[in-house]
Design a protein around this ligand. Structure first.
Ligand code: B12
Length: 461
């Protein structure tokens, strides 16, 4: 039996990180004696051509919501070739009936045992799901030898504005996923593992996997992609200690909630190579944090940034604007928060109700669903569902642009103040906004001046 797993999509903005989900499915199948390949359209492979060469019996497609239509297009190619077509992943998991119109079998939830059962038991149609795997160390590390690692280790130079802010431009990078699950229930989040306990790989497995990636692909930096690396401090402590004892020597980043860090774990993480923590700050307005059921405070957001700065870890983060019942005043509080903190890298998203989330239910209950919408627009900026009708979209976009410009000045200024000034002069349309930002941020002006002086002097012989 031959299986081709497919990562569909053509929009390069989504090609940031190797599809570890397909890597896990492939390693699990290989461990059970199944022949498998991974075709990655996002990394530039041609699906029809690869299928023609490999001639699989089964094709397995994955997709997040904005890539669902790409998956359905790919399903058409597979079925035309007479291949039994299966779809899993976050979108198919919450929209199984829709997906079933395009494929033979839909898998809801964790895919490893489900896909193996489809092969072993000859399942040819319907929607199936299997119990979650209790011991995730029993799933071998992702089959990276089947992934387009040459393409993904260069993600930083291809997508400089992603979460890979801490990665030096020319450095090779890779990702690991060492836990599954999240014990929180924020209303905007599609928690694939809802209803299952959070499961962790052992520290020994984590460190040996990273050592292998380093050896096999020459990477110098790693990002832990799980929802929250810092939620289990005992395990993270053990991972850090092993990294230090084994002299692992990789720089790394990971995601955390602002209330899961403390000076002690940060100091240890820094010593073990941590250079960036990506937080879901979400808002500078306590009212909105409460609406989102984030269970954090604006003060904790501020303290997390300060704690990271104190130990020399870059605090990166994401913010959501346009949440239900949010007002322009709330958005301004978020923008003020970004202006006043000295974070350099942040992603500002428009609240997007992904199917399966509480936001999605809220949009439906409040009759905010338009008659038609395209899945591709569920991309954090173009959402077709306006959850905060009180905020004029034009003003929202203008505020976002302003803050993005401020962040760009901070980032450029860190590297080269002179080139930041040249860029400003080159874009006359933005001069006014930039000057406004500078006037509102005397601290930024002082920092930039200090750096400018340092940079000019460092160039002198
Ligand atoms: C890492 C990550 C990323 C990475 C890489 C994404 C990727 N394709 O691997 C980056 C940063 C690039 C990213 C980008 C985006 N992401 Co993201 N991301 C995540 C995160 C934190 C972990 C994903 C992961 O690897 N999970 C672990 C794997 C093992 O789980 P899994 O993918 O669900 O796969 C399992 C099952 O679903 C199933 N399965 C999956 N595929 C298949 C296929 C078959 C055939 C079968 C049988 C089974 C099966 O088996 C797998 C193993 O058990 C999740 C949150 C989360 N907890 O999942 C969000 C998440 C997936 N991302 C999300 C979103 C919205 C996005 C973006 C659209 C954001 C944007 N606007 O740009 C893009 C889309 C990128 C893309 N290529 O699709 C949403 C998806 C919601 C939705 N309904 O689509 C999530 C769920 C976040 C959230 N909490 O809301 N993301």
């Amino acid at each position: 039996m031959k299986v081709a797993l497919i990562n569909p999509g053509t929009d390069q903005k989504y090609a940031v990180q190797e599809p570890l989900n397909l890597g896990f499915l492939a390693s699990f199948l290989q461990a059970n004696g199944v022949d498998v390949i991974i075709i990655d359209e996002l990394a530039g492979q041609d699906i029809a051509r690869e299928l023609e060469l490999y001639k699989p019996d089964i094709a397995g497609l994955t997709a997040t919501t904005p890539l669902a239509d790409d998956a359905y297009r790919a399903a058409g190619i597979c079925r035309e070739m007479g291949i039994l077509t299966v779809m899993g992943g976050v979108h198919a998991g919450v929209m199984p009936d829709e997906a079933l119109k395009h494929v033979n079998v839909v898998v809801k939830g964790e895919g490893e045992t489900a896909l193996f059962d489809i092969i072993r038991d000859d399942i040819c149609g319907g929607i199936i799901s299997r119990p979650y795997i209790k011991d995730i160390d029993s799933i071998p590390p992702p089959a990276r030898h089947l992934l387009q690692m040459d393409f993904y280790v260069r993600s930083k130079s291809r997508t400089p504005h992603s979460y890979l802010y801490f990665v030096p431009t020319e450095a090779k990078t890779a990702s690991v996923l060492t836990s599954r699950g999240c014990p929180y229930s924020c209303i905007y989040c599609h928690n694939t593992w809802r209803g299952t306990p959070t499961r962790y790989n052992s520290p020994e497995r984590v460190v040996s996997e990273i050592a292998d990636i380093k050896k096999d692909y020459g990477v110098e930096t790693i990002f832990f992609i799980e929802d929250n690396l810092f939620v289990n401090k005992k395990r993270l402590r053990a991972i850090c200690e092993l990294m230090i004892d084994n002299n692992l020597n990789v720089l790394w980043g990971g995601n955390s909630r602002v209330d899961n860090i403390d000076p002690e774990i940060l100091a240890l993480a820094k010593k073990a190579g941590c250079r960036q923590i990506t937080f879901g700050f979400e808002s500078g307005s306590q009212r909105v944090l409460d609406i989102l059921k984030k269970k954090t405070t604006v003060l904790q957001n501020k303290q997390a940034i300060e704690l990271c700065n104190e130990v020399g870890i870059i605090p990166q983060g994401t913010f959501i604007v346009g949440s239900p019942m949010e007002t322009l005043e709330d958005v301004r509080l978020t923008m003020k928060f970004i202006e006043e903190s000295n974070i350099e890298s942040a992603g500002i998203c428009i609240a997007t109700p992904y199917p399966g989330t509480q936001l999605w239910d809220w949009a439906k209950e409040n009759n905010l669903m338009p008659e038609t919408y395209a899945w591709r627009d569920f991309d954090y900026l173009n959402t077709p569902i306006n959850l905060s009708p009180a905020i004029p979209k034009k003003e929202l976009m203008a505020l976002i642009e302003k803050v993005n410009i401020l962040l760009a000045i901070r980032q450029k200024g860190r590297v080269n103040v002179l080139s930041a000034i040249k860029d400003i002069v080159r874009e006359p349309s933005k001069v006014f906004t930039i000057l406004e930002s500078l006037i509102r941020n005397p601290r930024l002006v002082i920092n930039l001046t200090k750096r400018f002086i340092a940079q000019v002097f460092s160039r002198l012989p």
